[in-house]
Design a binder for this molecule. Sequence first.
Ligand code: PLP
Length: 447
Amino acid sequence: MSLDADAIFARNAKVIPGGVVSINRATDPRRLFTRAQGAYLYDHSGRRFIDYHAAFSPYFLGHGRSEIDEAVIAAIRSGQSLMGAGTTTWEGELAELLVDSVPSLEQVELTNSGSEATYFALRIARAATGRDRVCVMQGGYNGWHNDVAFNLMDPLAAMEGHQPGTPHRLRPFSAGMPSNQKDNVVAIEYNDLAAAEAVLGTGTVAAIILEPILQNIGIVKPQPGYLQRLREICDRTGTLLIFDEVKTGFRHALGGYQSVCGVMPDLSTFGKAVANGYPLGVLGGKARYMGLFATSDPAKRVLMAGTYNGHPVPVAAAIACLKLLRAEQATLYPRLEALTARLAAGTRAAFAEAGITVTVVQQASAYVTYFMDHAPLSWTDIARHHDMALDKRFRNLLADEGIFHFPLPTKQGSVSAAHSEADIDETIAATRRVAARLAATNLAAKG
Ligand SMILES: Cc1ncc(COP(=O)(O)O)c(C=O)c1O
């Protein structure tokens, strides 16, 4: 029996506010996917889509990767359960794999999500420094909690009057946050070193938290020397540097983007690709900070707790995933980078033929098409120059062709180990047709 997507949405919306369990998943038009395998999603009508959304990017090895699923099934069959008392061999094994894989990790804690990991990272930073304020990036996303739920993809009008070298006006993206939360948060522009100097130079900021590449607004890369200078400013001002590698970690390299850029944060957070789609977050870093979770001085001890922390299902998935990445890293990462470069080049050529200006930005297996004439340096740059409406039409026309990107402007495309050259070439051919249609409608609109 074929399903009716609208009827199911209407039925779910009666018992789930808005019909989606994470507001970020709301799509226009509505989507009802029922199955995923490898590089493909299948919708309620059985239609196949080549998937570049990857559920906001965790599926680095593709959907339903057998080695991961079998490790999970084996863990359950062997009696691994949530013991909820003492330690387990599997959490120790995962912690060792993480510490061996990522350069700055001396110790780690396991959580259930990326948001929990960034929450605990900031709690540790406040305990370590005795300071309350934290600094976030305009356009960065570090989860849903009060400290970081500010200044995400603000409209240009809301940023009116902002001067480089100064903080942005704070704009919460949720109701229900304490009104004095703003006292503890400051938002600056990514790649604006003068703003970082000004804010951190006050000596009142516990930590600056940032995605080392802003990947929730596509791929906004650091200017040469930016992350290195942030490290220096943090050292000079006694501020902790936290890299939120929830999106960049394990996707750009086994050692995260920190191993690519060579800048060592004090703390880092991971999620998504670490367990290839199973729910796991990781917080780790220098032992002198992480040790605050277990110090014998009760006045200095930082609370870390969670009924499901270290659950054997995501832990088994992450162990299998890291073993696979470690075994195959020499060939896997270059292969995915080459596949993505082929896709980026094909996309550029398609739009050049159509006479539409785009800038395709790639980092390893992640890429995005900006409808503007340069690679952006910040969210403000995107808000000012990127054609959001054209981007949305591009995404929805691609979906009509069986190529799925999340239908929200600037969302990153993720290539996985399951994508083949044939998938990439099919995507390029579809992109060429879509670019021609966009050009035709642009001309018609102008004429
Ligand atoms: C960079 C970054 N940090 C944190 C998070 C939050 O992770 P989660 O959704 O697992 O809570 C996300 C999620 O998209 C993210 O991209």
